[in-house]
Design a protein around this ligand. Structure first.
Ligand SMILES: Nc1nc2c(ncn2[C@@H]2O[C@H](COP(=O)(O)OP(=O)(O)OP(=O)(O)O)[C@@H](O)[C@H]2O)c(=O)[nH]1
Ligand SMILES: [Mg+2]
Length: 228
């Protein structure tokens, strides 16, 4: 018997089961008026740095929390907790992505209904996370200026699964001869019409625009949030 079709079938079932849980999560977030935002990127693109700054800036006005996935270590959870927001680490062991059931389990015992924003940092990987819906409202794909302008063309699936592209570490652009127009063109080639934001979590450049964008997404759902 050829083992290939069976492997495909098993994967299909896993994805189907993931979709069922993701749908339930999405409904829960919607009824609780939570905006769930996930972050995907290659290792080291700046997800934790960007998220720590985002949590810190949002906290004075919004109820925020974060989940963070990694193969090993609690390092990122410790860094994010410096913002003062509640944070939980999900350690995936050998798995290169988060799955919806991990989010569901991590939220057990958390009073999620009281949140305005829930952020989920995925495992650093440009391939695996693209296949798994986590029930999020908004998926951000991060790409730092140091990674090369060709990455959207080489890893199109992750850009296709995202709602917004966030170009990080703009403070390093000159040092690596970053070609902004080429990157924009490559992102638009694989995901036409996607919004592209550019920022540096280190200097804070572009953070205001990102926070404005997030705030606008929440406004139609709740009038409780006022200007940042
Ligand atoms: N210059 C500069 N460095 C940054 C910026 N953001 C992050 N870094 C640095 O980039 C490195 C990786 O940042 P992380 O925030 O750990 O990246 P990550 O995507 O969370 O990494 P993984 O979780 O391992 O995938 C660290 O040395 C950060 O200090 C930035 O805006 N500018
Ligand atoms: Mg990280």
């Amino acid at each position: 018997m050829n083992p290939e079709p069976r492997m495909v079938e098993v994967r299909k079932n896993v994805l189907k089961q993931n979709d069922v849980i993701a749908r339930a999560l999405r409904e829960r977030f919607r009824s609780d008026e939570i905006l769930a935002v996930s972050l995907v990127s290659s290792p080291g693109s700046g997800k934790t740095t960007f998220l720590e700054r985002t949590l810190t800036l949002l906290r004075p006005r919004y109820r925020v929390a974060a989940l963070v996935g990694d193969l090993a270590t609690e390092n990122d959870a410790q860094r994010l907790a410096r913002s003062g927001a509640p944070v939980k680490q999900i350690t995936t062991g050998t798995l290169c992505h988060l799955e919806a059931n991990m989010i569901q389990k991590a939220l057990d015992g958390w009073d999620v209904g009281k949140l305005d924003f829930l952020f989920v940092e995925n495992v650093g990987n440009l391939v695996c996370p693209s296949s798994y819906d986590l029930g999020e409202d908004l998926r951000l794909v991060l790409l730092s200026v140091t990674e090369g302008e060709d990455k959207p063309l080489k890893y199109p699936t992750i850009f296709n699964s995202a709602d917004v592209a966030v170009v990080t570490k703009t403070d390093l652009a000159a040092a690596v001869d970053f070609d902004e127009q080429t990157l924009d063109r490559n992102i638009q080639a694989v995901r036409p019409g996607i919004q592209i934001l550019k920022l540096s979590a280190k200097t804070g450049e572009g953070m205001r625009e990102f926070l404005d964008y997030l705030q606008k997404l929440r406004q139609p759902r709740s009038q409780a949030a006022s200007a940042l």
